[in-house]
Design a protein around this ligand. Structure first.
Ligand code: HAM
Length: 434
């Protein structure tokens, strides 16, 4: 038996319903905030992600799936959405028509990580990117959009952790202080951090290996090194969050795993004990150099991404259930070949009119067909046997009211529509005519 690759999984029919519902929630929230969908390729030229030789992030140095195609082009399966969206923004000159482009995306990402609950090698992200504005209020908008998605799932215990990495000047000052500080403890640092000390000392703060050491906790904090402009900007973001009553906690060790951030960085956590280390379900921040690094005009940007799997896992702990039971409008129990041929015609009329229906193509026994109607949560079960056929009749049962009638073969569609009393039924919804 050939099995799926490590760190991947199948979304089986019973679960896809939840995915659709979550995607509906996401699309709804994005439309409320006026973000438009962008779909970029799943693989990009490797330079889109491997831009900087000094990039020390795990994601870029250790976790990407890089390969050559048959023409020896270097390609990378996207490990995240931001860089591809930025590439597309530059290549398609979106800034000409949309000086502030508010974009969202959903789709698979790939990282070669150690798989565990909530961590996969192929996983899905929903992300938003707002490109073109430097306003602190758009940082607030992005965070509030994220919080609204989580709340829409019925999860109210959301924690926003936030920090500011300041502008380049502030970061450079801070980096010098950090290098001086951590150099004293160089031998106690893990090999990755020894490398970060040379290439990107900020990332040491993100280290999961060293974080519990005493000297680590006493490291200088970035807020002491922010210049006035950066301090003011951070204050405006926090004031904006306050004005929306969005609760946050300043975490001065939060630097985030990607190297492109400046000013605001944040993470959205849910308080679910079973989640352990994977309780960060969404994260993001501001990046003001990414677009110009990719050859575009100087354009500020801010965004965030959620792991869709983590959102779904979190929604399992919510009282508000995402999954709707699978249901259809009608199931036809057609007994015999002739009846089956008639049934496909009836189903065709119903489907064209927007009613979902099915029948048993395995021609099972009467009992097993009733079971299938039941498994499909059919609102109406129709029975068509030789007797009914001869008289151009069909037996129909409303499973909601238990009413049963024999009606003309040609009246199935209007009969069901009347019963549903619905103006515009559509497949898969409003089955109960609510
Ligand atoms: P990130 O923190 O690397 O940020 O990923 C965002 C979210 O993706 C995480 O909080 C987590 O929920 C989910 N995630 C990451 N890796 C995995 C994995 N291996 N398995 C399952 N879920 C995972 C970014 O990707 C940035 N592009 C976010 C951003 C957008 N910043 C600005 N704009």
């Amino acid at each position: 038996m050939i099995t799926k690759p490590k760190g991947t999984y199948d979304i089986l029919p019973d679960e896809s319903n939840k995915w659709h519902r979550l995607e509906e929630v996401i699309r709804k929230v994005c439309s409320l905030y006026n973000y438009m969908e962008i779909r970029t390729p799943i693989f990009e030229s490797s330079e889109v992600f491997h831009r900087d030789v000094n990039d020390t992030s795990d994601m870029v140095t250790k976790e990407t799936y890089d390969f050559k195609d048959r023409s020896d082009r270097g390609l990378t399966l996207r490990p995240e959405g931001t860089a591809g969206v930025a590439r597309s923004f530059v290549e398609n000159k979106l800034y000409v028509n949309y000086p502030v482009s508010k974009l969202f995306y959903m789709g698979p990402m790939f990282r070669y990580e150690r798989p565990q609950k909530g961590r996969n090698r192929q996983f899905n992200q929903f992300g938003v990117e707002a490109l073109g504005s430097n306003s602190p209020l758009i940082d607030v908008e992005v965070i509030s959009l994220g919080a609204m998605v989580i709340r829409a799932l019925g999860l109210n215990d959301v924690k926003v952790k936030i920090n500011s990495l300041g502008d380049e000047e502030s970061r450079n000052n801070y980096k010098k202080v950090l290098v001086d500080y951590f150099s004293q403890y160089k031998d106690c640092l893990c090999p990755d951090c020894q490398n970060r000390l040379i290439k990107n000392p900020l990332r040491i703060l993100d280290c999961k290996v060293d974080r519990d050491q005493e000297f680590f906790k006493k490291a200088p904090k970035i807020n002491e090194y922010l210049n006035e402009t950066s301090k003011q900007r951070f204050k405006e973001v926090l004031d904006g969050l306050d004005s929306l009553d969005l609760k946050y906690e300043i975490d001065d060790n939060l630097v985030r795993g990607l190297d492109y951030y400046s000013h605001t960085v944040f993470e959205l956590e849910v308080n679910i004990p079973e989640f352990g280390a994977q309780n960060v379900i969404g994260a993001g921040g501001r990046y003001d150099k990414l677009i110009s690094d990719l050859g575009g005009p100087e354009t500020p940007g801010v965004g965030m991404a959620f792991g869709i799997e983590r959102l779904l896992l979190a929604s399992d702990y919510s009282a508000k259930k995402l999954a709707r039971p699978h249901e259809i409008h009608a199931y036809i129990i057609a007994l015999g070949d002739k009846a089956q041929k008639e049934a496909i015609k009836i189903m065709n009329v119903c489907r064209i009119g927007g009613l979902s229906c099915d029948m048993d193509y395995l021609k099972g026994s009467l009992k097993s067909q009733f079971k299938k109607a039941d498994n499909n949560n059919a609102r109406f079960t129709l029975i068509l046997g030789d007797n009914e056929l001869e008289n151009f009749k069909i037996n129909i049962k409303d499973n909601l009211t238990d009413e049963q009638e024999t009606i003309s073969l040609y009246d199935v569609y209007p009969y069901i529509i009347n019963k549903l009393n619905a103006k515009s039924p559509c497949a898969g919804c409003n089955v109960k005519g609510e």
